[in-house]
Ligand binder design. Sequence first.
Ligand code: ADP
Ligand code: MG
Length: 704
Amino acid sequence: MKNINVEEIFGSNVFNDHVMQERLPKKVYQKLKETIKEGNDLDLETADVVAHEMKEWAIEHGCTHYTHWFQPLTGLTAEKHDSFISAPLPDGRVLMSFSGKELIKSEPDASSFPSGGLRATFEARGYTAWDPTSPAFIKENAVGPILCIPTAFCSYTGEALDQKTPLLRSMEAINKEALRLIRLFGNTTSKKVVPSVGIEQEYFIIDRKNFLARKDLVYTGRTVIGAMPPKGQEMDDHYFGSIRERIGAFMHDVNECLWKLGVPAKTQHNEAAPGQHELAPIFEEANVAVDHNQLIMETLKKVAYRHGLQCLLHEKPFEGVNGSGKHNNWSLNTDDGINLLDPGKTPHQNLQFLLILTCVLKAVDRHGALLRESASNVGNDRRFGGLEAPPSIISVYVGEQLQDVLDQLIATGSATHSRKGEKLETGVSSIPEFRKDATDRNRTSPFAFTGNKFEFRSVGSEDSAGEPNVVINTIVAEAFAEASDILEKAPDFDMAVHDLIKKQALESRRIVFNGNGYSDEWVEEAKRRGLPNIATMVDAIPALTEKSSVEVFERFGVFTESELRSRAEIEYETYAKKLNIEARAMVDIIRKQIIPSVIKYLSVLAENINEIRQALPTADTSTSEGMLAEASALLKETKAALNTLEEARLTEEKMSDSKERAVFCRDRIVPAIDAVRVPVDKLEMLVDKEYWPMPSYGDMLFEV
Ligand code: ADP
Ligand code: MG
């Protein structure tokens, strides 16, 4: 394995600040920095110079093309490559050019991207607009190195058609409201507050030849059938286990690719399920972190392919073992290095922190359904509520130390002490002593305070992290604004802060839960508390257009009502389409692969029985006959279940309203798909492996 000089390669494919300082004239650099830092407009003259240098730099790195890189509402990224060549000169040569105009704006035909009825197909115009706050980078693909310019994607009338636009809008909102709040506490030095985000990414790796032999994985990203192997994750021997050689070589290359792209890949380990792993980068500004998460997902897939492997990002590729998520760690940081979510050693004295904490509680309490919606997708429906992912009830874990402070506040109106972490007793004298954290962790909470940040653990592994961050930023901005509204008018600031912290702590008490989120008792308890338990994506979507959601998004200019309606429409459409594909994949696989194979096996079995009888009339053939009868019965059951599924699918295809389709899919298609699986998985355990037409769970999970 080749050595990597990390310091040398890190960011070598990024047009980062270092490169800009080196290459851009001082004045141009200053202007660009102002745009990045303060959001000032960039004039075309400056953009021309930046574009020229970007192009020169890209060409030095072997680029022939550039692209506006954007994130439409498909969950994926999109790109359309343009070469740098200009119209040929009269003498037949070409020049390489790239103008400020081309850097700032491009006009992809938007008609084939989801718009949720925001625009008719004949209104094809859409614009991508340069986001200078996320640095341009070079992607190295088989097609050659490509200069990628991160962009926002909007319709002709300025409506957001992507993940980035609302994220940038929400970052502006929280910046404004957080600054307003900390000014009241006497902070006069910070100029900007930015949400920082660190996204842990879980994924599965299987052998590519096994992947290609599983049409369900190819078409839907998950296995729609498959019997459990003799061994799953019950031994807990995969989690943090030593990394197998083939996976190690893959991870080594992933890191190299990511570091070149300036993605600060930091942590890697095996996850709970066999074949499952995790990668976490160091946190960055929300916008960059979300872009980088897209690059991480893309890189995992690309490098896996190069290693003859396949990376699965689906939330639940295999039944019976854990699925994958994405943990979105979120905090608020000032430009001069203060983490507003850092409680310090004595949280009870840190009124600014306590106010911010209770604002977050209030925000999550009020908009829990919206937060739940931001983490919903078809795959997550199969993961939530199991003993592996957060429940579908949103709650917040604050930990023992903060709970104690909040309890004091609620009881007496002020808190007088904070619990301290005690010395860790290992019973071994040679182990150096250290103090424990004041609070344990809770892996079962969807929204957990983890020391100096919140970890939103419900996000789907495949999903963009854009939406969850849009929601968190906006709902917290609202709580901040409401707090400032009160405090700015208060005659006695200190008293007003105390009162407000107490009030917010008291009013949002029901959202705080520090116990086991996986337990049945919690489901009951949450019901008593009146917390919504939203089981499926279809049930979650209405939160987008609820009055309180429209109000908060419109107030902070993050979404208009029509943008929200369009997003809801896209989600219903996506849900129905994905399930329709699953249904068709199921029908295809069962008809073309499973049924013919089972019939082949049964006829061989029947022939054998006949041959044995002829050769040895007294022989006992009851075992074989029993198998024959059992398999025939299961085959019949399979066919019946398949017919039900096909009928349901045909009914669904005749429906035109997206919501109606989605509801029908939830109620009829999902159960029908699951019903087909039951006899098929039993057949898999009965039929000779030689006749089973695809790799088993055991082959896929352990054969790497
Ligand atoms: P865990 O034990 O949950 O894996 P880590 O400390 O390893 O916690 O952090 C997980 C992720 O959280 C990493 O991406 C890390 O960079 C990020 N993170 C750490 N501190 C912050 C913070 N203040 N704000 C946002 N993300 C953070
Ligand atoms: Mg974590």
